[in-house]
Design a protein around this ligand. Structure first.
Ligand SMILES: Cc1cc2nc3c(=O)[nH]c(=O)nc-3n(C[C@H](O)[C@H](O)[C@H](O)COP(=O)(O)OP(=O)(O)OC[C@H]3O[C@@H](n4cnc5c(N)ncnc54)[C@H](O)[C@@H]3O)c2cc1C
Length: 321
């Protein structure tokens, strides 16, 4: 039976137990959220032993080379010595602004003590002083060391509730990351882009859109933002204004229910997108937000001809408990 070594302690792994579960079972305090290898909150470093490839999927090469891995999906076949990440990966940061984008969405700006290489659209784990960790997509980088997040208030949500109601400018948090492949890659400036998301799934899309324009993207860029009702939309004026200054950008708000409103589609976001663009061969798509909608859209876009490598998606998975 393989063991996990943690400092001076040794914990045998039970059956197919993950490193995260073994550490938690033995009372070790480790940050985590999704428990499915998506959010990056539980990243650790292997000091000795071999990490299974699945536990490093999606991590950047320099992190793999340093032995970083996601403890929640790491089931080692042999003994593994693990340790918390070093200071180079966990960067302390200060909340410098808390503004309202809508009654349910806060714009949170944090300044990291050290700037690092992040692309708008990637995501970062924010870790509160008590260890609670949640991932948020980077909606923009107003300055090199400042990150912009859009946080939707979830009923009884521990992190979103704190950021909406209790956090103050000046509060300190720890940031971990970036992770994720949902960012603009220069080099194919005429390719049509589809940016589709629901709720605060708009955050990475807003980052990707502005980055694509900054990089001189010339091909059409179609933004679809879905919400259940009008109150779930935000940044409408900013997006409309971008369509006026950039004629290759379109913006379509999509409401699941309600009476018709000029300039807004009513219906399911996937039906609206596929109704307008039934053939997507050669397109690149960025998807974010509700996990079920992201999963379904991914499949439908693929069936409509988009290459799987051209579909970049971040599902906003909930925390596991
Ligand atoms: C890769 C990634 C990127 C993300 N980016 C963003 C982002 O940019 N903006 C953003 O607002 N969120 C984002 N999230 C979601 C975010 O990480 C948190 O899950 C969310 O803020 C809720 O955390 P919480 O602590 O407030 O709620 P919790 O305390 O974790 O949950 C409270 C209760 O609400 C339920 N719940 C949690 N989330 C939802 C939901 N979305 N809808 C309905 N019920 C829910 C839980 O199951 C639980 O019962 C992202 C998630 C991932 C994995």
């Amino acid at each position: 039976m393989p063991v996990v070594r943690w400092g001076e302690q040794t914990f045998p792994l039970h059956g197919n137990e993950t490193v995260l579960d073994a550490l938690l079972r033995n009372g070790v305090s480790v940050s985590y959220a999704c428990k499915s290898g998506s959010c990056g909150s539980c990243m650790l470093q292997a000091r000795e032993g071999t990490v299974p490839a699945r536990a490093q999927a999606g991590l950047k090469d320099s992190w793999k080379a340093q032995g970083y891995f996601l403890a929640c999906v790491c089931v080692p076949e042999a003994d593994l010595a693990a340790a918390p990440l070093g200071a180079e990966a966990r960067i302390r940061a200060t909340i410098i602004s808390l503004g309202n984008l809508s009654p349910s969405v806060k714009q949170v700006l944090v300044r990291r003590d050290v700037a690092s290489d992040i692309r708008p659209g990637q995501y970062i784990a924010i870790i509160r002083p008590d260890g609670l960790a949640r991932s948020y997509s980077v909606a923009g980088l107003p300055e090199e060391d400042v990150l912009e997040f859009h946080v939707r208030l979830i009923p009884n949500g521990r992190m979103s509730g704190w950021l909406h109601n209790d956090a103050c400018v000046g509060d300190r948090v720890t940031t971990l990351g970036p992770s994720g492949e949902c960012f603009y890659v220069p080099g194919n400036e005429d390719q049509p882009l589809l940016l589709a998301g629901t709720g605060t799934g708009l955050a990475p899309l807003w980052g990707v859109l502005r980055d694509a324009l900054r990089c001189g993207h010339r091909g059409p860029i179609h933004v679809f933002h879905g919400a259940v009702h009008q109150g779930g939309l935000y940044l409408c004026d900013e997006l409309r204004s971008l369509t006026q200054t950039h004629e290759h950008v379109t913006y379509t708000p999509v409401l699941l229910t309600g009476d018709p409103i000029p300039g807004t589609e009513i219906g399911a976001i996937d039906k609206v997108i596929l109704g307008r663009f039934p053939k997507l061969a050669g397109w690149r798509a960025y998807l974010a937000g509700d996990p079920d909608i992201v999963r379904s859209l991914k499949m439908q876009l693929f069936l409509a001809g988009a290459g799987s490598r051209d579909i970049l998606a971040d599902a906003f998975l909930h925390s596991a408990d």
